[in-house]
Design a protein around this ligand. Sequence first.
Ligand code: IPE
Ligand code: IPE
Ligand code: MG
Length: 241
Amino acid sequence: MVNLDPENIPRHVAVIMDGNGRWAQERGEDRVYGHINGVESMRKVIRAAVDCGVEYLTVYAFSTENWGRPEQEVTALMELLCKTIANETNELKQNGVRMRFIGDIQALSKEVRAAISKSEKETFQNRKLTLIIAVNYSARWEITQMVRKVAVQVRDEGLQIHDITADTVAANLVTAGIPDPDLLIRTSGELRLSNFLLWQLSYSELYFTDIYWPDFDEEAFYQAIHEYQQRDRRYGLLAKK
Ligand code: IPE
Ligand code: IPE
Ligand code: MG
């Protein structure tokens, strides 16, 4: 097992869980088989995050662009989401995990919305790890709705244009109150952000691995944190001597 510095654990880790479809196809299986196996990886990563003291874990489960996939895959993903929330909430609750969902939740089916709101209510008191699941999320959607909200505050609530700051922007994103990710992990070898948390990832350390999501496990997660611990986060300043 990799040795981690307990003093330098990222407070917030974001993950683009990618490669389920290719993982399944390489095994001659339907893409949905990959999504089903991806749930187990999520379980492992949640466990690892709790064990090493990560406070926030955000995972990209379904993007606004993913609606364009074949209907059969979209339906299967939504069903899997409902089923997984129903099956896992109790255990997550017992393990001190608070669940939150970000994205255009209103546009989801009644069943999915009900599952989401139940799990958020039931785990509201938990403080060990906040698990944020991005569903029907895209950063451009998020930024657009932020602009609308701020415009309404200018029009109706007396907000002065010169008082709009970076803090105003952050406070009107769906991640308001959540610290920015320290580390972003993307699996499956793709080197892009795919419309994920564009504002929040401004100063995150980026980690890419070729491992497909269904093969990603605790050890792979710790490896990413180990690599993060070697980075020098300068934020535009000079290296520490
Ligand atoms: C990630 O795996 C899961 C979702 C986007 C829902 P993919 O389904 O994108 O798998 P690949 O990238 O096609 O292999
Ligand atoms: C990003 O993966 C979305 C999720 C992981 C939910 P995609 O597979 O949809 O992204 P692209 O198509 O490779 O950019
Ligand atoms: Mg993909």
